[in-house]
Design a protein around this ligand. Structure first.
Ligand SMILES: CC(C)(COP(=O)(O)OP(=O)(O)OC[C@H]1O[C@@H](n2cnc3c(N)ncnc32)[C@H](O)[C@@H]1OP(=O)(O)O)[C@@H](O)C(=O)NCCC(=O)NCCS
Length: 252
C-alpha cells in the first residue's frame, strides 16, 4: 500500500497513464516516492461522512477521482443550477472582454432550454462532471462543495461530422473565472481522456467558437487537440471542430 503526503491511499494496482502529477515531496517513513509522473488511479468515496480512498480496477464506475487539491466528481441534476451560474459568470467575463460573439450577452440561465440540456448531460452519455476543491468536499457538517469547473462528455454534437470509430466528445467545458490560470480546464480535459481510456476509446473531439482572434482554438491546441473541420453554424456562428488521438499520447 502506498500513501501520499496526506495519508491518502494510492493504489498501484490496475495502473494506467492518467495524468501528469507534480513532483511529490521526499518520502517520509510510511510514504513512497513515485517520481514526477505518477501512473495510477485514485478513487475516493464517502463512508459515514468521511472521505475514504479505495482501490478499484479501472473498470469500476468512479464517483470521485482526486489528486492533491482538486477533485473531479460526477454531477447530478441537483448540480445543474450551480453549473448554470458558472456559465452565467463566463458570459459576464466574455462580455467584459468584448467577446460577445461566442455566447452573446444574456445570462445562460435565462433560457430554460439550457437547463434542460444540462440535465440531459447529467443523465446521459458519459455524464456531467464537476471540479471541486478537495478542501471544500462535504464534511460531517454536510456543507456543499464549491464548484469551480464543469465538463460534459458524450456523443458528438449533431452538427459535427461523423467519424468512423468510437469517440468521446467534449460537449461542455467551463471554469470559474476566479480560478483562471489554475489549470482547472486542463484537469477536466484530463478527466475526459481518462473516461475515454477506460472505455477503450482512442478519439477525443471538441468544438469551439472560431471567431475573433481564435484564442479559444489556440487554447484547445495547447491542450493537445488539432484542428479538423471548420463549420458555419446557424446564424453564421463560426465553429472549429478539433480532435485529439489518445493512442498517440501514451507515456505523457
Ligand atoms: C476555456 C476554459 C474552460 C479554460 O479553463 P482553464 O484551463 O482553467 O484555463 P484559463 O481559464 O486559465 O484560460 C486559458 C486561456 O484561454 C483564454 N480563454 C479562455 N476562454 C476563452 C474564450 N472563450 N475566448 C477567448 N479566450 C479564452 C483565457 O483568457 C486564458 O488566456 P491567457 O492564458 O492569455 O490568460 C475557461 O477559460 C473558460 O471557462 N472559458 C470561458 C468559457 C468557454 O469559452 N468555455 C469553452 C467553450 S468551448
Amino acid at each position: 500500500m502506498i500513501t501520499d503526503n496526506e495519508g491518502q491511499v494510492l493504489s498501484s494496482r490496475h495502473m494506467e497513464v492518467h495524468r501528469r502529477q507534480p513532483t511529490l515531496p521526499p518520502p517520509s517513513e510510511n510514504q513512497a516516492y513515485l517520481g514526477p509522473i505518477l501512473q495510477l488511479t485514485i478513487e475516493t468515496t464517502w463512508i459515514n461522512g468521511k472521505v475514504s480512498v479505495i482501490e478499484r480496477p479501472l473498470t469500476y464506475t468512479k464517483r470521485v477521482q482526486s489528486t492533491t487539491d482538486i477533485a473531479i466528481v460526477r454531477a447530478t441534476v441537483d448540480d445543474v443550477p450551480a453549473v448554470l451560474r458558472l456559465l452565467d459568470d463566463a458570459v459576464k467575463w466574455l462580455v467584459s472582454h468584448d467577446r460577445t460573439g461566442q455566447w452573446g450577452t444574456s445570462p445562460f440561465s435565462e433560457n430554460p432550454k439550457r437547463a434542460e440540456r444540462l440535465t440531459e448531460f447529467a443523465t446521459t452519455g458519459s455524464g456531467l462532471w464537476l471540479a471541486v476543491k478537495v478542501a471544500d468536499l462535504p464534511t460531517v457538517n454536510g456543507e456543499a462543495p464549491v464548484i469551480i469547473g464543469a465538463l460534459a462528455v458524450g456523443d458528438k454534437m449533431p452538427y459535427a461530422p461523423s467519424v468512423s470509430e468510437p469517440e468521446l466528445y467534449v460537449r461542455l467545458l467551463v471554469t470559474d473565472r476566479r480560478w483562471a490560470g489554475n489549470g482547472i480546464g486542463t484537469r477536466l480535459l484530463e478527466h475526459a481522456r481518462d473516461l475515454a481510456n477506460e472505455a477503450g476509446i482512442s478519439l477525443l473531439r471538441v468544438d469551439c467558437y472560431a471567431g475573433d482572434d481564435g484564442k479559444l482554438i489556440q487554447y484547445y491546441e495547447s491542450q493537445g487537440f488539432g484542428r479538423s473541420e471548420r463549420l458555419n453554424l446557424e446564424g453564421g456562428w463560426p465553429c472549429q471542430v478539433l480532435a485529439q488521438r489518445l493512442d498517440e499520447v501514451k507515456g505523457e
